[in-house]
Write a protein that binds this ligand. Sequence first.
Ligand code: PLP
Length: 483
Amino acid sequence: MTDVVSLYPWKRPQHLDSAHNRLLIDGVDAVELVERHGSPLFVYSESRLRENAWDILGNFRRVHANTRVCFASKACANLAVLKVFKDCGLDLEVNSGGEFYKAQIAGFAPAQMVFNGVAKQVHELREVIGAGIKAINVDSLSELTRILAVATELGRQARVSLRIIPEIQGGAAAGWQTGTSASKFGMTAAEQSQAIELILAQPEALKLVGVHAHIGTQITDIAVYQAEAQFLIDYVRQVAERLPYPLEHLNLGGGFPKNYSSAEANFDSVAPHYRSNYRTQVDFAQLAEQLIKPVSQALGEQIELIVEPGRSMVSDAAILLTRIEAHKQRQGRPVFYLDAGYSVLFDLYNGWYFHMLNASRAEDRDTHLCRMAGPLCDSSDTYYDIEGEGAVADLIAEEPKLAEHRAVLERVLVHQPNLRELPAATALGDVIALLDVGAYALEMMSQYCGRQSAAAVLVDLQQGSRLIRRRGEYRDLLAHDLD
Ligand SMILES: Cc1ncc(COP(=O)(O)O)c(C=O)c1O
């Protein structure tokens, strides 16, 4: 078994294709985009954003008409992307005063937004309560006390929803599992019980409008959603019994998964744990049946169901184009250095896998195996898991008997396949495309090592392609410094 995800097939009808050996995104030549706008360059597809929005709205509202899809703007708060989603009829989830501010500039009304976070600041609470936000998802008793104080000061009633810990584990990576009391999120049932008492004692300042849960990201196991549905049905019934008014909504959170390659066959020859994180059968149609429908049938048509998808709305709507700037030969294999590393694509640092192809030689069938690295000055800036590989080697060196358990160690410690299959003719100056980079990328870019943040274009339905984020410039490096 080699740890190489197969390059082919990579095409996606109507979205990713090739002509004259070049990658096309929605019919636009990727290499020409780099020639025009420079590298690295994110390319978002308007048609894919719209398809994702219609897909979730259509499927979820088919089984429960009173469903509100609040896009988790932390996954991509670019103004152009937010405006596309607004136009499609999505509402919004925000996680800070900053996201709330940006959302209003994009045209979202406070009554369309829910506000999450574990450490909400007083000024943020003043802003959202003052504006009349749809709901604040309360994460702790201390936060509820703070909300009460702010609402009292403003003479307003704050609309709150309580984030419950369902004690369900789900999500691709340990740090991304948020549904148990081992995580930093949410309240236990006992804490919520006290919270309800406080809310009922302060009807002028607080109204309990909902219950909220969010159990992780990239949850590829449908059984996790079934368990979530069952838990929340029971929990909402218990809460409803204590309230003198009906609960307005149940918020099921986000975490819905997307595929990170074009086909199951890409993962045929790699260890199963790579495949289970990056390939999934779970789609919006299945979620409608297994999550939304049971909740709807149990709790009735009246209650509003809210979901907060982030990754699943945007990940497959963008690619990252990055040029090869240098190469070497190491341990008998080529190593190629790209102009984009984890300062451009932060999830790389988290050990995330992104399928990679050569946009300049998109149809070449003669391939070889190579290692890919980013431009930054530390070893973890690689498109393979150098930390995990090193940890396995160190453990076996310390305790040779562990060699018998190499497969288990690799499953736990190594998150990315170690080699990439690319055309044998791959050379300096070629444009490499990373697929499915639309989520948590623009928002998490940094200027580490004095590098400029990448630009982004939208291939839109009317104008061809247009810049939706300007490239960073040297002067941006001075923007916050005072001497
Ligand atoms: C409360 C909450 N809702 C929704 C999301 C979106 O999750 P995803 O991008 O996995 O759909 C997150 C992600 O961090 C979250 O914390």
